[in-house]
Write a protein that binds this ligand. Structure first.
Ligand code: B12
Length: 217
């Protein structure tokens, strides 16, 4: 059944991906297993095939759409656990970067863990992060980047927060395939996580016991 989902994502078959995911859930397969062993596993294959020239951008895109289609079924189940917001996060993929599957997953898992998520979408410029922090007073800012050429934008966002006098009011967390813990240290972010489950642990640790849904500043 997981194989069916993987195949549907690889083929870029939106309906089949959604249907197979619903069937797997109905069969009692854990949502985390569907996510990791079928959906993310399929996207890894997509990435490898793109790298080796077997797959091209339109096919990568249609597989991404199939994954998103499957995620519409998975999202409510992953978010089911959420009750009181225990913290608020402003989340976005940085300027120049269109990849949003990982960011969406992080957002979904955080929602599931009880965080309020303000998702700014993709290609988010530093000023938009700053405006959102002013407006929503989050505990955390989360940035995602999937390209080595866009991850270098992350320190610009941190600088913009500093310039606006907002840096001390939020914890900044970063992620995305090319990003590392060392890079987080280097640019003065407060944390890095390699996947969505890690993002939840990190966010929870960083807000400590004070998560009220209200920002600090
Ligand atoms: C799907 C995809 C696309 C789709 C994106 C669709 C979409 N709506 O997202 C499309 C077709 C648009 C695309 C375009 C391009 N792509 Co692309 N793409 C991918 C692919 C295959 C999968 C990415 C993905 O969704 N992975 C699954 C998710 C779940 O994983 P994730 O994003 O890493 O997220 C997890 C963690 O990183 C972490 N995380 C992510 N964000 C955050 C944030 C925080 C705060 C935290 C704590 C954690 C966290 O948690 C997530 C969940 O576990 C990857 C290959 C790969 N396997 O990574 C290439 C890849 C990222 N793309 C690549 C490239 C080169 C491109 C293009 C430049 C191609 C081109 N020549 O046009 C363009 C760039 C467009 C742009 N300006 O952004 C390269 C990047 C190389 C590099 N090192 O820079 C990759 C690695 C492919 C490759 N092997 O060459 N791409």
């Amino acid at each position: 059944m997981l194989n069916e989902i993987r195949e549907a994502v690889l083929r870029g078959d939106l309906d089949a991906a959604r249907r197979a995911t619903a069937d797997a859930l109905a069969d009692g397969i854990a949502p985390g297993e569907i996510l990791n062993d079928a959906l993310i596993a399929a996207m890894d294959v997509v990435g490898e095939e793109y790298e080796s020239g077997i797959r091209f951008i339109p096919e990568m895109l249609i597989s991404a759409e199939a994954m998103k289609s499957a995620m519409t079924v998975l999202r409510p189940v992953l978010a089911e656990a959420g009750i009181e917001p225990r913290g608020r996060i402003v989340l976005g993929t940085v300027e120049g970067d269109l990849h949003d599957i990982g960011k969406d997953l992080v957002g979904m898992m955080l929602e599931g863990a009880g965080f309020e998520v303000i998702d700014l979408g993709v290609e988010v410029a530093a000023e938009r992060f700053v405006d959102a922090v002013r407006e929503h007073r989050p505990n955390l800012v989360g940035m995602s980047a999937l390209l080595t050429t866009t991850m270098v934008y992350m320190p610009e966002v941190i600088r913009a927060l500093e310039d606006a006098g907002l840096r001390d009011s939020v914890r900044v967390i970063i992620g995305g395939a090319p990003v590392t813990a060392e890079y987080a240290d280097e640019i003065g972010a407060d944390g890095y996580a390699e996947d969505a489950a890690g993002a939840v642990r990190l966010a929870t640790r960083l807000i400590g016991g004070r998560g009220s849904g209200k920002g600090e500043g």
